[in-house]
Design a protein. Sequence first.
Length: 352
Amino acid sequence: MINIDFLVTGCSTRCRHCYVNGGPGPIMPVEDVLLCIERLDALASYLPKTISFTLDHEPLGHPQIEQIIRAASRTVHIENYHHGMTSGMGLMGREDRRKVVRAYFDCGYRDFGITIHGNEAHHDEITRRKGSYAAAVKAGEFFKSEGAELSVSLMLNRFFAEDSHSISNLLKQLQPNYIYFAIPIYTPHRNMRDFEPYRASLEILKSLHSRLEEWGQDAAAIIRQAERNTTAAVADCLAGGLDIPSLFAEKQDELYLSLHQDCMLYVGNSGVETHCLGDIRSLDLRSTAEVITALPGNRDYGAFYNTAVLPPVKDLISALRDLPPHTLFGDFPSVIYRGLSELNVPLLKLQT
Ligand code: SF4
């Protein structure tokens, strides 16, 4: 499976947890967007694998998003993967929002989502944009009033215990079709360290047990899984003999690429690009498809580390033990990447 992070705009927020390197950025001219869609479709015709692209960051901030959505839905060899998530600011700032949502509906996309980071003040602090909570709530109400399916993602941080009442009230107000609960992962992006002071602990998660049930989650399962993903739990696993090089060497079947606003195509998810393949407008598509076909998967962020210079495991254990023991991460590899980020070793093989 191949997915291409297709960045037609930047974002109106600068979320601290953003693992796709979002933030303010240029807008790709619509002529380039339409040409890139054509070129991606042609590239996909040479590839034997399932391939999709995702209009990422905040595509609803693109002035010609309606035209883009319609073109993106007409491809033959590549699929537009629609996640429908929005900060709300791009959509609620536009006068043609009803027309834009209609264009999504016409193309078969009916699901939209917002992410909530706590009460209004804390949400705006995490997104680093005043007014972003109000915009997200308004966007949620707007989607519902237009007949869309609305999801609300609750992204855990250390404010959740004190903000749980406000979150419950918002969910009652919005009545979303789906509620997701996410514990942020850690990835080797340059911006991700900014979220670390906001990360929740296992104790905070446990204190939310009854709220999690109220929010439609399986609290016991979430807590059971979380207990394995703390700094202390992973340090214990490493001390018990867990082998990092073999974890990093596991075969991966998913390959992520990104296409930037300047039409340059990169290997690697947005923010963790390992090398540049060239300008999609002028690349020889047949030979580029051969290069892509030969690439190993990189879904797991382990693919972005130079395994030849991994530090001794005792150094990693000691780095993890220096962090607060019950700090909670979204998955097990995240904790390892967090520990590695504490060590002064040139491990990442990212393109600068
Ligand atoms: S999390 Fe989403 S909205 Fe926030 S900066 Fe990243 S891409 Fe943009």
